[in-house]
Design a protein around this ligand. Structure first.
Ligand code: SAM
Length: 207
């Protein structure tokens, strides 16, 4: 992401964060504990929504330098000392096998270069009973008008929005990677642009 995109990211997302994302993130993260990795943590939109618990050991990974600078600044300004920041991509997570109790991704699977490799890596670093928590905007139903527009505009949108894909079938990718859905909700991302409104969020188990 360019410096400017990263700089204005929080401002652009504020209305949608206030309308629904903060509530969704909080709900998804309320029971996490142990070793937790957030991939593509961006500017740290979820940072304050993790439980304030001594049982939590949080690692945040963000490969984009401009986003990571903001993330580190937010961590510093909030005096959060127990958090480690990594710069690895989700396709090659800098961690041993079976390390984490939870891996969290929000609005990331749409953007990664290789979603299959990323999910394979997430599975690798999760403990045997670990959970992948996701919140993603996704492809609309096949054949719908919205899906037709998502397909048409995807090549342009990817260039404008840091490789974000409008039409990723992330639910199928998660299933195909061998995860089992423990819970999944489909809901419209209020106030967002129509083409990115369809979302999924929930928890998928490794085993
Ligand atoms: C739309 S932003 C979402 C940021 C944050 N997760 C949030 O919910 O606000 C997508 C993020 O994914 C990151 N990203 C892009 N490619 C990635 C990859 N291959 N692995 C991990 N993160 C990636 C981007 O740098 C960016 O910070």
């Amino acid at each position: 992401m360019s410096f400017l995109t990263a700089f204005f990211y929080d401002k652009c997302m504020k209305a949608t964060e206030d309308a629904c994302l903060i509530e969704w993130r909080r709900g998804l993260l309320k029971n996490v504990e142990g070793k937790v990795l957030e991939i593509g943590a961006g500017t740290g939109a979820s940072l304050e929504l993790y439980p304030d618990s001594s049982k939590l050991q949080l690692s945040l990974s963000e490969p984009d330098k401009n986003m990571r600078v903001q993330l580190e600044e937010k961590i510093r300004s909030k005096n959060l000392t127990q958090i480690s920041v990594l710069s690895c991509s989700s396709e090659k997570i800098d961690s041993d096998d079976e390390t984490f109790d939870f891996v969290f991704a929000s609005l990331v699977c749409c953007t990664v270069n290789d979603v299959e490799a990323s999910l394979k890596e997430i599975k690798r670093v999760l403990k045997p009973n670990g959970s992948f928590i996701f919140l993603e905007h996704v492809a609309s139903e096949c054949g719908s008008d919205r899906r037709k527009w998502q397909n048409r505009l995807n090549p342009f949108w990817r260039k404008l929005a840091g490789n974000c894909h409008l039409n990723r079938e992330t639910e199928s990718y998660i299933e195909d990677a061998g995860f089992t859905f423990h819970e999944i909700k489909h809901e419209s991302m209020r106030t967002a642009m129509a083409l990115v409104r369809p979302t999924i969020r929930g928890i998928a188990k490794k085993s």
